[in-house]
Design a protein around this ligand. Structure first.
Ligand code: NAD
Ligand code: UDP
Length: 356
């Protein structure tokens, strides 16, 4: 039983990962400022995993702390309190960050502050408290416009927006840190492709604020009637049906990837691993729409409009290194993704604000 700290653990990927790690038997501390999440998510995680935690109270297994990763005093206290309670934090999964590409273009200072300064504060606190095992939420956005698809981890890092630059900077910082203290840091940079779907219970899922920027939540909201139709960004891409192709990964597969990464880091000698987490399969926008219609039984009207600035035609992972190093590969199909995404969206048409 390992004591883990999850920054941003109340968010979309974090909440699903909490569930998987609790089921694995780990004890969790979640540090989240709830700038993009609801405390209800972790209440539901607690219920799903048979705990009775609420946002106000905490249990031995799942402790919730509202705080900002840029607050060094708060971070220091989290580590010291855990040690004083006899359960020092052994590893950190660092989800906390900002993730909207368009917003990062408009607000680069905020993105560099939360994503880079926040990570630097966290790493300093870890170092000061002799905790040097970290899983970092990186992104396929680092690859920019990829030359070769499927994309291996050795592909050039060429981010094309401030969000991508901030993730690349954190990866560089992690390399520098690992090099400064050989044999001390155990680090996994996990480059996620397109995380989508929800836990099959429909109790937790993705709950974007305002109009979704991403395809999958937009399609779900059209299906449930919150929006009238989808705009498909470009019908003239060099792809099978002219619409953009992405590697959609079920969020439960992704959560299981984090479990595998933690197990690997704790079992093996100090190292810095960089791994793509994707399915290796590409789906076009129209294929996603059709799969969602099948799963939901609802129509998803769409119109093809101009391409979106900054989009690549095809982004698909080469996930073979993750299989080799972690023994992990995706288990769930696009149909599973749509079935579970629909279970969440149809039970919670307005997301977590449907609570009560
Ligand atoms: P999310 O917004 O749902 O979760 C992030 C969590 O971090 C939220 O709960 C938010 O409240 C919290 N947070 C933000 N700033 C914070 C701060 N300063 N201090 C403490 N908590 C803070 O996002 P997600 O989709 O779960 O993504 C998790 C991580 O994975 C992010 O770092 C994101 O960049 C990365 N990522 C996401 C995707 C994706 O498509 N969802 C793809 C690649 C990488
Ligand atoms: N997309 C779309 N309409 C939307 C949102 C996205 O046609 O409202 C397309 C987008 O052009 C891309 C794919 O769907 O081809 C996935 O986009 P998303 O923003 O979800 O992921 P990313 O582009 O960041 O990989």
């Amino acid at each position: 039983m390992t004591q883990l700290l999850l920054t941003g653990g109340a968010g979309f990927i974090g909440s699903h990962t909490c569930l998987v790690l609790l089921q694995e038997g780990h004890n969790l501390i979640v540090l989240d400022d709830h700038s993009n999440s609801s405390p209800v998510a972790l209440e539901r995680v607690a219920t799903l995993s048979g705990l009775s935690a609420s946002a106000e109270s905490s249990t031995e297994r799942l402790q919730l702390i509202q705080g900002d990763i840029r607050d060094s005093t708060c971070l220091g206290k989290v580590f010291i309190d855990a040690r004083n309670a006899g359960k020092p934090i052994e590893a950190v999964i660092h989800f906390a960050g900002l993730k909207a590409v368009g917003e990062s273009v408009r607000e680069p200072l905020r993105y560099w502050d939360v994503n880079l300064t926040g990570s630097r504060c966290l790493l300093a606190a870890m170092n000061a408290n002799d905790c040097r095992t970290l899983v970092f939420s990186s992104s396929a956005t680092l690859y920019g416009y990829p030359k070769d698809v499927p994309i291996p981890e050795t592909a050039p890092i060429k981010p094309i927006n401030p969000y991508g630059h901030s993730k690349a900077a954190v990866e560089q910082l992690l390399h520098d840190l690992a090099a400064s203290a050989p044999n001390q840091w155990r680090i996994a940079c996990l480059r996620y492709f397109n995380p989508v779907g929800a836990h099959p219970s429909g109790k937790i899922g993705e709950d974007p604020l305002g109009t979704p920027n991403n395809l999958f939540p937009f399609v779900s909201q059209v299906a449930v009637g919150r929006r009238t139709s989808l705009q498909v960004f470009g019908g003239d891409w060099p792809t099978k049906d002219g619409t953009g192709v992405r590697d959609y990964i079920h969020v439960m597969d992704l959560a299981e990837g984090h479990r595998a990464a933690i197990d690997c880091l704790l079992a093996e000698p100090a190292q810095l691993l960089t791994l793509n987490l994707g399915s290796g399969q590409g789906a076009s926008v129209v294929e996603v729409v059709r799969a969602f219609e099948r799963a939901s039984g609802c129509q998803v009207p769409y119109e093809v409009v101009a391409r979106r600035a900054g989009d690549a035609a095809i982004t698909v992972a080469d996930p073979s290194l993750a299989l080799q190093r972690l023994g992990w590969r995706t288990q769930r199909s696009l149909d599973d993704i749509c079935r579970d995404g629909w279970a969440w969206q149809s039970a919670n048409p307005s997301g977590y604000s449907d609570q009560q």
